[in-house]
Design a protein around this ligand. Structure first.
Ligand SMILES: [Zn+2]
Length: 434
């Protein structure tokens, strides 16, 4: 059997042509029908989505509407579930990270090791900038030494892109894979996988430990399908670890789960509390090309690179043209999910080459920029829920130096989400670490 197939759940079209005869003749490989019919519904066996018959019918059967971007699952085709190699080699000490965990980080690292020993799941609520990735290193090392397979999955591509080089640097002797929709790398049987939560649909009972980083992010948090795929990707009795920067009752109440809370950033300073500004008819004015006073003042007096978050792409692009006209000398960039230059623009911002970056919520989390301020334009829009606003505020003041930017919310009326986000940030600042 080829290393690239172990532990996978694949459509025939996902399997290289040269290997298709192998999977057809191997008795250990389970072939399951892509979909099962239940009354008016057709249920996808890869993502668990309940498709209504009338919405997914073709001339030969049915297909799954939900996970079609991962390749079409059809009722008249099979999913190949390929068992993983029975024995994984034990490994030597492999963590080369030279940094030192703070006392608080060490406590969480120990909580994770205890959960691993006791075979419980674990939930880590650690404020933005607490250094969550480093807290995972002892667990990753211990599990690799024990010959386990560990996956770190996150709903956000940008988070994957930021995590992967850090993990490669920390575990240079371990083969690791980075998997997302357009990644150049293919899965090659690595014991350490960093991927988007969507990629978990292509695994079956592969991971001994699955860490969901930014588990409170869209689309994972509200997706029964991604959560179904996560369960399938994990071995029976495998360990789930959830990492989030906001409280989340559903995840905290996951079966057999212990919990750690970190209310301080690694450098010990408070989280920045957002300042709110009431701007009547803000979105209408912006669409007419009129900028709010607060925005003009902020840019005129700008001391830090600034990220402007917008609720939708069209309002953002309109505003970009207006801003460009008013401040032609400022270096500006725009990012959104389908933007072709997304990765380069984010990198430019990281390198300090941009004065102003306009973004949709795709940059709300996971990414770290040095010494920035953020402004949420139309913070009362429904896309800015409590978790999103907390995450956006958390982009500011992450590094250890004292130059701290500002967090500004422009709104046409304070929503519950705005009030709750500010309340949770203040609570975490007040709270002594548990
Ligand atoms: Zn599906």
């Amino acid at each position: 059997m080829d290393e690239t197939l172990y532990g996978r759940q694949l459509l025939k079209s996902d399997i290289p042509k040269s290997l298709r005869h192998v999977v057809d003749n191997d008795k250990q490989i389970k072939k399951v029908a892509g979909m099962s019919i239940n009354g008016q519904f057709v249920i996808c066996q890869r993502c668990g989505h309940k498709n209504h018959r009338s919405q997914c019918q073709t001339s030969t059967g049915y297909y799954c509407v939900y996970c079609i971007n991962m390749g079409k699952v059809k009722s008249d085709a099979f999913l190949y579930r390929i068992p993983r190699k029975l024995k994984q080699a034990k490994r030597e000490n492999c963590c080369e990270w030279k940094g030192e965990l703070t006392k608080i980080q060490q406590r969480v690292a120990n909580d994770l090791l205890t959960a691993y020993d006791n075979q419980t799941n674990h939930f880590v609520h650690a404020v933005t900038g607490a250094g969550k990735t480093e807290m995972l290193f002892p667990l990753i090392e211990k599990s690799l030494i024990d010959g386990k397979i560990i996956g770190i999955a996150t709903p956000r591509i940008d988070v994957c892109l930021e995590l992967f080089p850090r993990l490669q640097a920390a575990f240079p002797s371990i083969n690791s894979n980075l998997l997302y929709g357009k990644s150049k790398q293919e899965f090659d049987g690595a014991p350490l996988v960093i991927c988007t939560t969507h990629q978990l649909m292509r695994f079956f009972h592969y991971f001994d430990i699955l860490v969901i980083d930014e588990a409170d992010a869209f689309p994972y948090v509200n997706s029964a399908e991604l959560q179904y795929a996560t369960k399938n990707a994990l071995v029976k009795k495998g360990m789930m670890v959830f990492l989030t920067a906001t409280s989340n009752k559903n995840l905290e109440n996951y079966q057999n789960t212990t919990r750690s809370v970190v209310s301080r950033r690694f450098h010990g300073r408070d989280l920045p509390v957002p300042n709110t500004f009431y701007c009547p008819k803000l979105s209408t004015q912006l669409r007419k090309g009129t900028l709010p006073k607060k925005l003009i003042q902020t840019i005129d007096k700008q001391t830090h690179p600034l990220i402007l978050f917008f609720p939708d792409i069209s309002l953002m692009l309109d505003s970009y043209n207006v801003l460009k006209k008013r401040w032609p000398d400022k270096q500006m960039g725009v990012v959104y999910a389908s933007s072709k230059t997304r990765e380069e623009t984010v990198e430019k911002m990281r390198q300090g080459e941009l004065d102003i970056l306009l973004s949709t919520t795709i940059l709300e989390r996971g990414v770290t920029f040095h010494c920035i301020s953020v402004m949420v334009v139309c913070a009362d829009h429904r896309v800015f829920n409590r978790a999103t606003l907390i995450q956006i505020a958390g982009r500011v003041g992450r590094s250890g130096d004292s130059a701290v930017g500002e967090v500004l919310f422009l709104h046409e009326g304070k929503t519950t989400a705005i009030k709750q986000a500010i309340k949770e940030i203040k609570q975490m600042n007040r709270r002594s670490t548990l």
